[in-house]
Design a protein around this ligand. Structure first.
Ligand SMILES: Cc1cc2nc3c(=O)[nH]c(=O)nc-3n(C[C@H](O)[C@H](O)[C@H](O)COP(=O)(O)OP(=O)(O)OC[C@H]3O[C@@H](n4cnc5c(N)ncnc54)[C@H](O)[C@@H]3O)c2cc1C
Length: 353
């Protein structure tokens, strides 16, 4: 049954475009559109920008929603200029950007566990072109963390964008009308920049996109473990990676505490995580404090073998779609799709620009 939502019509005469979602794709699109003079309203269901790239501040700990590194050399991040306003520290040093917990017997064993943490699935199930693209970007970009966490990056990206409605959820699109829990809006162009599951609910033309899920665990200890700023990856354990993020950027934890971020793909118990941490970091973790856990059901869209690097962003005459599922599953893929969708709209509004 179709649920009914308020039908109050909000006057939006000045908006040429409505962007649904203030994740990296939506924010990038809005930045391009607004700087080209296209009146754009962004509607975001949560209380802040960034989508999957966000953090909480709890008891002095900065907790990103998932272990998320920022790559300053991704073309769209570099061109945005946002890194100029942020304190950035790389986590990647040298040619091998991680330490493998187990001893390897063949060279293929080295890369697979690392890439599993990047794609949140077996790398053999990901298109080879995407694998190459992402690995190259790791080596060239020396990704890392920013002071203030992932949210600091998203806030900097959102900073120049005007007209963002936070806490407003879009429920339907009917022709050029966007119906939310607050009312109804009209615009010449509509861009859906949500996760792919929501995008398909808003318009079936997006098609079904399978999402991988992941859980990020945070633990802290007063008994500092040495060398834990090196990203540890595991090929056989139930935690696929772990790192003391406060050893990379101190402000992630209160003074005297070391904050570990660890990722699992399958549901596991906290006691199992603790056992795995003891194996990875070769120490007693029984006194470690459990800080938080983020289970992210819609972490990354699947990018199966045979799918091209970028998919079309215009799905109907005036309906566009952006997001990492239209590019490759990454910050760069999301931002590039937002840029492509915005440029197509700009070209139609100002054909001679
Ligand atoms: C754990 C984890 C680790 C990652 N690590 C990395 C990494 O290290 N490097 C990298 O490059 N990428 C990484 N990624 C991937 C990257 O975060 C995403 O690809 C990218 O952020 C997706 O951006 P997006 O704008 O496409 O979608 P989203 O971030 O999902 O943004 C969509 C926005 O739409 C809003 N929205 C949804 N429904 C509605 C609605 N009905 N009405 C209004 N608003 C709505 C949401 O609240 C959200 O803000 C990681 C992802 C995860 C989950």
């Amino acid at each position: 049954m179709n649920r009914r939502y308020p039908t109050k019509v909000v006057r939006v005469d000045n908006f040429d475009c409505i962007v649904i979602g203030a994740g990296l794709a939506g924010l990038t699109a809005a930045r391009y559109l607004q700087s080209a003079g296209i009146e754009t309203l962004v509607i975001e269901s949560s209380d802040r920008p960034g989508g999957r790239v966000k953090s909480d501040l709890i008891d002095g700990f900065t907790l990103d929603h998932g272990f998320q590194v920022i790559n300053p050399k991704y073309p769209n991040i570099r061109n945005s200029g946002v890194m100029d306003s942020l304190q950035f520290t790389p986590i990647v040093h040298g040619l091998i950007p991680f330490r493998l917990v187990e001893t390897i017997t063949k060279p293929g064993d080295l890369m697979a566990p690392f890439l599993r943490g990047v794609f949140l699935t077996e790398p053999s199930r990901v298109s080879p072109r995407v694998r190459v693209e992402i690995y190259k970007s790791f080596l060239q970009g020396r990704p890392g963390l920013v002071d203030g966490g992932a949210s600091a990056f998203s806030s900097a990206l959102a900073y120049p964008v005007t007209d963002i409605h936070y806490g407003e959820t879009v429920h339907r699109i009917e022709d050029q009308n966007v119906i939310t829990d607050h009312g109804s809006y009209q615009a010449r162009f509509i861009m859906i920049a949500t996760d792919p599951v929501t995008a398909t609910q808003l318009t079936p033309e997006v098609g079904v996109v399978r999402m991988h899920s992941s859980t990020t665990w945070y633990h802290s200890t007063d008994n500092q473990i040495a060398g834990a700023d090196r990203f540890a990856v595991s090929k056989s354990g139930s935690l696929i990676n772990s790192i003391a993020i406060s050893d990379v950027v101190e402000s992630y934890a209160p003074a005297g505490k070391q904050l570990f971020s660890s990722t699992s793909l399958l549901p596991i118990s906290e006691s199992e995580v603790r056992r795995e941490l003891a194996r990875i970091w070769k120490g007693d973790t029984s006194t470690w404090e459990f800080v938080a856990r983020y289970e992210i059901k819609k972490s990354l869209p699947e990018h199966p073998l045979g799918k091209s690097l970028y998919s079309t962003v215009q799905i109907k005459d005036a309906l566009y779609v952006a997001g990492d599922h239209r590019g490759y599953p990454s910050q760069q893929g999301a931002m590039e799709s937002g840029k492509r969708a915005a440029r197509s709209i700009i070209e139609r509004v100002h054909p001679r620009r």
